[in-house]
Design a protein around this ligand. Structure first.
Ligand code: GLU
Length: 305
């Protein structure tokens, strides 16, 4: 990482788009890309792209390049070299080591079944009951590392969704920071990367709103700078399912990106004048940057496409 993108030189606004290369860019991700890009551009800030390819079973070969090509076809330009999470294990390791040294993480031997048998439900499935917090049960071997969430009552104000409160201990439980399959958890990696890249503002889909308190908690534990958040409505299909590879969301057509770009702006409440519906991407950006209005973005957690 070069000097200008390190946290030492924190700019007044640096945003980012952080797709997981699990498939080509689809409309749901394009909305996050467009929202984060317009916020950065209209605030005279920088916009970075980070490929979150940390989870080998989910990474699809070629998907990262497809996503980058689609962004370029849409006329979205990033201001620093692309960061790949797969190349940053050392940084995650260092953060985990620090948490370990301070006694904030502990090894856990529980299987999914064991957790399911003794846990209550939280907002994302089972709340880890804390079985291994006081030490591994005799004869058991560690599978994953969990973060002790006691005292994690988090409150923050989201630029769109307003005041958010979550007691991570009760809503989520001690969550995994290093997985049984030897993969660093998204929650840890994202916090380490956003700090290292000097990100000041995160604009992303509200499907991640419930993760944010975990990330703020980790930022605080690691002494990392606080970030401002704006969670855009997540694009859902007619069944209320988030658009994703799993729900077979169609890819953005990099040869004809304008309709998707226009649709993303509409989705974010920015109604282009009809004569721009067939414009070139640079004309669309010129209009969008001049007319971007956060107050017109619907303040819901999800919206049908
Ligand atoms: N990589 C995550 C995703 O594609 C987004 C992470 C983030 O924006 O914090 O859903």
């Amino acid at each position: 990482m070069n000097e200008s993108s390190s946290s030492a030189a924190r700019p007044h606004y640096r945003g980012r788009f952080a797709p997981s290369p699990t498939g080509p860019l689809h409309f749901g991700s394009l909305v996050a890309a467009v929202g984060s890009y317009l916020e950065a551009r209209t605030r005279g800030g920088e916009w970075l792209v980070r490929i979150e390819d940390l989870d080998p079973p989910r990474v699809v070969p070629g998907a990262a390049d497809d996503i980058l090509r689609a962004l370029e076809a849409c006329g979205m330009h990033w201001d620093a070299p692309i960061v790949y999470q797969s190349a940053r294990e050392g940084a995650y390791h260092a953060a985990l080591h620090e948490l370990k040294q301070r006694g904030l993480v502990y090894p856990c031997a529980c299987s999914r079944r064991e957790i399911a048998d003794s846990a209550v439900s939280g907002i994302e499935g089972h709340v880890y009951p804390g079985t291994c917090r006081a030490g591994l049960p005799a004869g058991k071997t560690a599978r994953a590392l969990r973060l002790d969430t006691r005292g994690a009552a988090i409150e923050f104000t989201d630029a769109l969704q307003g005041s958010v409160r979550q007691n991570v201990e009760f809503a989520i439980g001690d969550f995994v920071v290093y997985r049984a399959d030897h993969v660093f958890a998204y929650q840890l990696a994202v916090v380490v990367d956003d700090a290292e890249q000097g990100i000041t503002d995160i604009v992303r889909g509200a499907d991640l709103l419930d993760s944010t308190p975990r990330q703020i908690f980790l930022q605080r534990l690691l002494g990392l700078p606080q970030v401002r958040y704006m969670h855009l409505p997540a694009a859902v299909n007619e069944n209320g399912e988030k658009l994703s590879k799993q729900t077979l969301a169609p890819p953005i057509d990099a040869d004809h990106p304008v309709p998707a770009l226009v649709a993303a702006l509409h989705f974010l409440g920015q109604a282009l004048p009809p004569d721009l519906n067939a414009a070139r991407t640079d004309e669309i950006w010129k209009w969008a940057i001049a007319n971007w209005g956060v107050e017109r973005i619907p303040r819901s957690r999800q919206r049908p496409v």
